[in-house]
Design a protein around this ligand. Structure first.
Ligand code: NAD
Length: 423
């Protein structure tokens, strides 16, 4: 992979830029530029037709200065070690921005789950969990759902790990169903957090929900729950896209009806919904979505979506990054010049890992909270973190991404200094 398209390279460049601005100790900077541990595993699976397919999987732990590492597991054909390393680094910053006692990790398998049966996905999940079980555990590294993984996948991971050690260990993964130690409020936590910081950012620009329009890229876990909360607050969602195409309605999409449609459709896609104009194909639909005259744009799909090639077309006043790494550094510069406020991923989508943290705490204590307590605690932490980041931005006269990274890196650096270098 060329450096230009390396997500890891992009994450390192962001770190370097902020480290220089902060005058970060070069020894600590050098340590942060490396992942602590990267495990590459092969995952052989007997497919339904009897032949054996071997998938490649990764688990990367970037930094554990502040506590056990934490991060999702992604099933996607374009997963690479480079991408997983970058996402692990982002998780380190994300946990530190919110003040969670975790470092960052990420995992993934190169596969196309849309072409696999449930049984094949289960066998792949179990073998992958077994392969990485030497480095995960409730006190070591705690996986969670990400793109194309869900509470069912987390149930299989929890069960496989528990069978290996001989007793139930709910705290080994988060994002589980509540019946086996999941938390109330986890499924929608990321979208709830995205909506919370979006409303705070909108308020600062004097945008009122009832008069504001939003475009959302991606209609999976994050995009759907973001849309649901925003619709509930009175925002008008004028466009959404998914892997198949896009839906547009300048008068606002009927989000509850669209959610019900997606829930019913076999492939969980927006295609076939009658309440808007459908555009086939994600490339064309995304290009149209990005250029919509909406007040707010929420990329909630994959990384590298807003680039130097299309950033100039963005008309939104605010971008709230529900996805991880959707904006390249080159696009950031173009957006900053155009006065677009970008609420960065490590703050905007931290609601998921925050409730994952609550889930882990509940599992360790075997003491479960009401949904109202979970949501209140989440809202409080998201608002506090938005304020912390805004304060740094005001003090340092910088954008929110730089401020969030400065805050996170300074917290990790402090932990690194206190702990020193072993031996
Ligand atoms: P998901 O698999 O539930 O949904 C992904 C969505 O993106 C689907 O609707 C899919 O159709 C759509 N999509 C895929 N390719 C697309 C494309 N080229 N154009 C438009 N849409 C496309 O995944 P998710 O859990 O919602 O994760 C989405 C993003 O949010 C990822 O970057 C992930 O790392 C990040 N994230 C997820 C969580 C979480 O709790 N699930 C937390 C923090 C961040």
């Amino acid at each position: 992979m060329s450096d230009r398209f390396s997500f890891w390279n992009m994450a390192c460049r962001q770190l370097d830029r902020v480290a220089e601005r902060m005058g970060l100790d070069p020894n600590i900077h050098a340590k942060m530029r490396h992942c602590q541990r990267s495990l590459v595993v092969s995952v052989p699976i007997r497919m339904d037709d009897g032949h054996v397919e071997v998938f490649e999987g990764y688990r990367v732990q970037h930094n554990s200065e502040r506590g056990p590492t934490k991060g999702g597991v992604r099933y996607h054909p374009s997963v690479t070690l480079d991408e997983v390393k970058a996402l692990a680094m982002l998780m380190t910053w994300k946990c530190a921005v919110i003040g969670l006692p975790y470092g960052g990790a990420k995992g993934g398998i190169v596969c196309d789950p849309s072409q696999m049966s449930l049984g094949e996905i289960e066998r792949m999940t179990r073998r992958f969990t077994s392969e990485i079980s030497i480095i995960i555990g409730p006190a070591k590294d705690i996986p969670a759902p990400d793109v194309n993984t869900n509470p069912q996948v987390m149930s299989w991971m929890m069960d496989t790990y528990s069978m290996t050690v001989g007793y139930a260990v709910p705290g080994v993964v988060t994002g589980k169903p509540v019946e086996i130690g999941g938390s109330e409020g986890r499924a929608e936590a990321t979208g709830r957090g995205v909506a919370t910081v979006m409303m705070a950012a909108a308020e600062r620009l004097g945008l009122h929900p009832a008069q504001s329009t939003v475009a959302i890229q991606g209609f999976g876990n994050v995009g759907r729950s973001t849309a649901k909360f925003l619709h509930g607050k009175g925002f008008k969602i004028t466009g959404v896209t998914d892997v198949g195409g896009g839906l547009f309605n300048p008068r606002g999409l009927d989000i509850p009806a669209l959610l019900a449609h997606v829930q019913k459709s076999a492939d969980r896609q927006i295609k076939g919904f009658g309440g808007g104009e459908y555009m086939e194909g994600h490339d064309a639909a995304n290009a149209r979505l990005l250029a919509l005259p909406a007040d707010i744009l929420a990329p909630c799909a994959l990384e590298n979506q807003i680039t130097a090639d299309n950033a100039g077309a963005v008309k939104a006043k605010i971008i709230v990054e529900g996805a991880n790494g959707p904006t390249t550094p080159e696009a950031d510069e173009i957006l900053a010049k155009a006065g677009v406020v970008v609420v960065p991923d490590i703050l905007a989508n931290a609601g998921g890992v925050t409730v994952s943290y609550f889930e882990w705490v509940q599992d360790l204590q075997a003491n479960f909270w009401d949904e109202e307590v979970v949501n209140r605690s989440l809202d409080r932490l998201m608002m506090r973190s938005f304020q912390d980041v805004s304060d740094v931005a005001a003090r340092e006269k910088c954008d929110l991404r730089t401020a969030a990274q400065m805050l996170a890196i300074s917290r990790v650096a402090k932990a690194a200094t206190l702990r020193g270098i072993y031996p």
